[in-house]
Ligand binder design. Structure first.
Ligand code: GAL
Length: 423
């Protein structure tokens, strides 16, 4: 366990106090952490369990503040209400630029002492470390790195239709046609705005490449939204819809994954939290399902890093619990066991990947390779590239583009240009 000295002392003092039955006003009173997250699906819940278990072994109790809803929109609304009411949780699942937004409000804790004791500056890639700091001070800790641009395929169905794993859009649509001809739903989709947008950014990378993706989704350059490449992205995105089923609107992402797991659909575009669902259902990569980079994206990597930002607390005991939470998250033991369940890879550099399956090992290798070849890009849909409000405007247009067949592509593109111009 990666506990710093003062924390170790605290745990020992706490244990002795418990054994000798000291009064509840001293350190014997167990610290409690209240953590806001949106990890309620099968694979996600299994992953969170590991964190609870590791904290319990240190005498820290977990108060769950789970707000269901993939992508976290509902969770962020709940968080705003709590912080506005002056009663923040110990920690909340907050990512990307939102960490800075919360930091600027002056509500986040300073974790510099825990970070120094745990050598976080050396443990984490620089780009990741920078996102966890506000004005140079540690305020958040990363739990993982998810790759977003994956295509998941049911292996039995692939064999049944005599298809091959697609690596470009032509072979993808050829395979989708084979599924369709065999009476199988080719593409499992959950028609919720964040899932529409996740698919859209994957198509954006696959059709336009990493430089185009960066220009559109990271710098929000209206020229990229206006140009012919974006027209092709919109057309390809629209072409996917007839391969989905009529029940897709409103469906949760894990229900879509379940369709692929149970052989009711051939494929799904989704980040590798989907792998957590396959694993929770006892499925094995390679034999039961295929993980492959989405068409046209094998050498690029859309990353989505989950992290917990810590809120400033006044009660010393609550602060101790918070420090235990932060140092536990950064321990190698947690980073491995959590990510083996979650489908992601550890955030720490040089993590031991021997226990990970080939999807995880591939993700880890491509994270490094894409970083070196400048094809590593942050997820727009998962708010790693822009703050909520910029994402929300684009997300609404993309969701309409998916839902409303009478919304002309040219009109949608003009609306997207206008949204990007407000940036
Ligand atoms: C993402 C999050 C993932 C996964 C997914 C679906 O935004 O980063 O960890 O939980 O939502 O809930």
């Amino acid at each position: 366990m990666n506990l710093n000295n003062s924390l170790r002392r605290w745990v020992v003092v706490g244990a002795i106090a418990l054994m000798t039955g000291l009064s509840a006003s001293g350190p014997a009173q167990a610290a409690e952490v209240e953590v806001l997250h949106w990890w309620t699906s099968g694979g996600e819940a299994r992953s969170v369990e590991e964190l609870k278990r590791l904290l319990a072994s240190q005498g820290v109790t977990w108060r769950d503040f789970a707000v269901a809803g993939g992508g976290g929109d509902a969770a962020m609304n709940a968080l705003k209400q709590r912080v506005d009411a002056g009663h923040p949780p110990t920690a909340a699942q907050i990512k990307g630029p939102a960490i800075q937004d919360w930091g600027r409000k002056g509500v986040l804790a300073n974790l510099d002492d825990v970070a120094a004791a745990g050598n976080w500056d050396i443990k984490l890639p620089r780009t990741v470390a920078q996102q966890m700091k506000v004005d140079g001070h540690w305020a958040a800790v990363p739990v993982n790195v998810h790759r977003v641009n994956w295509l998941w395929i049911n292996k039995d169905l692939l064999t049944k239709v005599g298809g091959r794993v697609p690596d470009n859009w032509d072979s993808f649509f050829a395979l989708a046609d084979r599924f369709k001809a065999a009476g199988i739903v080719p593409l499992a989709h959950g028609g919720q705005p964040w899932q529409d947008l996740t698919t859209f950014e994957i198509v954006g990378l696959g059709v336009g490449g990493a430089d185009f993706y960066r220009q559109a989704f990271v710098t929000m350059d209206p020229a990229a939204w206006r140009g012919p490449t974006m027209s092709r992205v919109i057309d390809t995105f629209r072409r996917l819809k007839p391969y989905t089923d009529k029940e897709a609107p409103g469906r949760d992402w894990n229900k879509a994954t379940e369709m692929v797991i149970k052989g009711r659909a051939g494929m799904q575009f989704m980040g590798d939290w989907a792998k957590g669902e396959f694993l929770a259902a006892g499925k094995k990569p390679g034999s039961d399902f295929v993980c492959t980079a989405a068409p046209g994206t094998w050498n690029a990597y859309i990353y989505n890093i989950d992290s917990f930002a810590m809120f400033r607390l006044s009660d010393p005991q609550a602060v101790q619990g918070q420090k235990a939470l932060a140092s536990t998250i950064m321990s190698s033991q947690f980073q491995e066991i959590f990510n083996l369940n979650k489908g992601s890879i550890p955030a720490a550099v040089g993590s031991d990947m021997t226990h990970f399956d080939h999807c995880g090992q591939e993700s880890s290798a491509y994270f490094v390779a894409a970083s070196l070849s400048n094809t590593l890009v942050p997820s727009f849909a998962h708010k790693m590239a822009q703050s909520d409000n910029h994402v929300a405007a684009v997300q609404a247009i993309v969701a309409r583009l998916w839902d409303d067949d009478s919304y002309a592509p040219a009109r949608a593109q003009a609306d997207l240009v206008a949204a990007a111009s407000q940036h």
